[in-house]
Design a protein around this ligand. Structure first.
Ligand code: FE2
Length: 154
């Protein structure tokens, strides 16, 4: 028994796991977009998607390790992805405009999952909440940068 007493690990676990699942799905979906993009904005969007993927993967790792820190298992297998709310993408090549729209929609859904968890974790454990906030800060900035490329009204 250590000196750290974790607060409500059973209540925290599903909130943290939802963030792990959504960020894994985001990283996989963004690689699909990264590979299949076609069009005049190929290079800038192709490269920016990899930056978002790094943010998502860093978030997955931090949040999964928080789960284990509080004594709960982290689930990282493909079967878990069926529970992800991240919208699916059609197969095949995609225009740069379509890639941007998919990326914005996927990022938006992922942020909703993290925001929901962050709000509920705020009543349970400030350290877990802070870890989710760190990932949110990166992904929300990424959403601004991606949606800005769709035009002034997006
Ligand atoms: Fe690549």
């Amino acid at each position: 028994m250590t000196s750290i007493e974790h607060h409500h690990p059973q209540k925290q676990a599903p909130l943290l796991q939802a963030c792990v699942t959504a960020t894994i799905d985001l990283a996989l979906s963004f690689k699909h977009l990264h590979w299949n993009i076609r069009g005049p904005r190929f290079r800038s969007v192709h490269e920016f998607l990899d930056i978002v993927i790094e943010h998502a993967r860093d978030g997955t790792d931090e949040i999964a390790e928080r789960l284990v820190t509080i004594g709960m298992p982290a689930e990282g297998q493909r079967t878990e992805l069926d529970k992800s709310p991240v919208p699916a993408i059609e197969s095949g090549f995609l225009s740069d405009e379509a890639v941007l729209k998919h990326a914005v929609a996927i990022l938006d859904e992922t942020i909703k999952v993290l925001r929901d968890a962050q709000g509920k974790l705020g009543d349970l454990d400030a350290v877990s909440e802070d870890i989710v906030i760190g990932t949110l800060a990166n992904l929300e900035k990424d959403l601004w940068m991606l949606s800005s490329q769709l035009g002034p009204t997006s």
